[in-house]
Design a binder for this molecule. Structure first.
Ligand SMILES: [Zn+2]
Length: 117
């Protein structure tokens, strides 16, 4: 595609649908996060059109996002007691960004990645 040519919303939506995602939000630009729904697993997620063009599929389908019960079990297994509800896969893509948790073994509040380096 020639430089400077902008996709229309309809073109962008067609491209997103062709990749297997139903657009929910409005198209803002190829590198802007776009709320879409995976047609395979029906989960909502944010994708950029450039991600989709690069062949990046649905993180839910790939098993990169765990459900609340599995996320909690994973946190407990790592020694953390979640204080709040799992925010859901749309709030953050990883349990490492979960809000404050208690380190069960020490009874201290810390973030799971605070001492990673
Ligand atoms: Zn999916």
């Amino acid at each position: 595609m020639a430089a400077g040519v902008r996709l229309t919303n309809a073109q962008a939506e067609d491209e997103m649908r062709a990749a297997g995602f139903e657009p929910i939000g409005s198209y803002q630009g190829v590198d802007r996060k776009w709320l879409v729904k995976c047609m395979t697993c029906k989960e909502e997620l944010e994708r950029t059109l450039s991600n989709v063009r690069a062949g990046k599929g649905c993180k839910h389908c790939k098993g990169l996002v765990v459900d609340a019960a599995a996320a909690r079990a994973e946190m407990l297994a790592a020694g953390f007691e979640p204080l709040g509800e799992y925010p859901g896969p749309n709030a953050s893509s990883s349990v490492t960004t979960w809000p404050p948790v208690i380190k069960v073994s020490l009874g201290m509040t810390s973030a799971p990645i605070s001492d990673a380096c």
